[in-house]
Write a protein that binds this ligand. Structure first.
Ligand code: ZN
Length: 311
């Protein structure tokens, strides 16, 4: 039994120079920086979380900030384009904003009936703004510079570049409960019920493309939502039944995670909706100070001193 908390929970990507990165997502795209914490496996480096006002599942875009890491290479076996949902009425606003901010972008032909603006972030991440009917019905959050009615609402979805779609499609349907929703221009769409954010995963095969190499400007993993522990463990069992090697459940403080690599090579995660980002900061204060899990609190002074400035 699938709950209605289906779809993408968060996407984690890799950024390089921190100031340029933060300015782009926070000021230019208008996402809220809901959590500034460290990479729990590498506490001398930032792990930054952006999202809607509270970083709800389906809106959380997180970055490992690894200065000095070489740029990655886009290719097969990669979660490649992050698509954000904007209201249909916000298209002109965003076109004008990208021109005014001198951000190269292009209008793609309508995709599954929706208008798409494609752009890149300063590290080379491929981003899309998709004018989605459902987005206009959701409240927007304003960073003070962008009007709330035009704001990005969260994820529309993600595109995976793969050598083959069948095995990855099976994982989406059998583990996460997505349904096939047709094909267009070599793009095979899978949709999760529920939502309305983060419900689209497109699988694409481009012949002659080399394998991806991880680095700045590439996505580290894609996490899918589980309503709670029971659902997470059911998903894990279904992944194991497909012969995938899933980890045990890992505590990530803001959620609990299971990881596995899907057959096409992309790292997938299952993440619980609870407890979320207000577990250690009130909503109005989200992202205002460095948050550390209890096991790092004693080293706070050294950790903060080692972190590069963000503003
Ligand atoms: Zn994750």
């Amino acid at each position: 039994m699938m709950s209605n908390s289906a779809g993408i929970h968060h996407i984690t990507a890799i950024a390089g120079e921190p100031r340029r990165h933060v300015d782009f997502y926070r000021r230019l795209l208008g996402l809220r920086l809901v959590k500034r914490t460290v990479n729990f496996d590498d506490p001398g480096t930032w792990h930054l979380y952006y999202g809607d006002e509270v970083g709800s599942p389906g809106t959380a875009l997180t970055f490992f900030v690894w200065q000095g890491l070489p740029p990655g290479r886009h290719g097969t076996g990669e979660a490649q384009e992050i698509a954000f949902a904007i209201p249909e009425t916000a298209l002109d606003f965003w076109r004008e904003r990208l021109i005014e901010q001198k951000i190269a972008h292009q209008a793609s032909p309508a995709r599954f009936g929706e208008s798409v603006i494609a752009l890149s972030d300063p590290d080379g991440h491929k981003l899309e703004l998709v004018a989605a009917k459902a987005a206009g019905k959701l409240p927007g959050w304003s960073n003070g510079e962008l009007p709330a009615n035009h704001a990005i609402r969260g994820f529309h979805g993600i595109t995976l570049e793969l050598a083959d779609v069948a095995a990855t499609g099976r994982v989406l349907t059998q583990v996460f409960g997505f349904e096939p929703a047709g094909s267009e221009d070599g793009r095979h769409r899978f949709v999760a019920a529920g939502g309305p954010l983060g419900t689209v995963v497109d699988l694409r095969v481009t012949p002659g493309v080399a394998r991806t190499a991880q680095g700045t400007g590439t996505i580290h993993h894609v996490a899918f939502r589980a309503g709670g522990d029971a659902e997470e463990l059911e998903m894990r069992a279904r992944a194991l039944a497909l012969g995938l090697r899933a980890t045990e459940q890992v505590p990530r403080f803001y959620f609990r995670s299971v990881y596995f690599r899907e057959p096409g090579g992309v790292l997938f995660e299952i993440a619980t909706d609870d407890p979320g980002f207000t577990i250690d900061e009130p909503k109005e204060k989200l992202g205002s100070r460095v948050m550390l899990p209890p096991w790092f609190e004693q080293q706070r002074a050294e950790i903060e001193a080692a972190l590069p400035p963000l503003e």
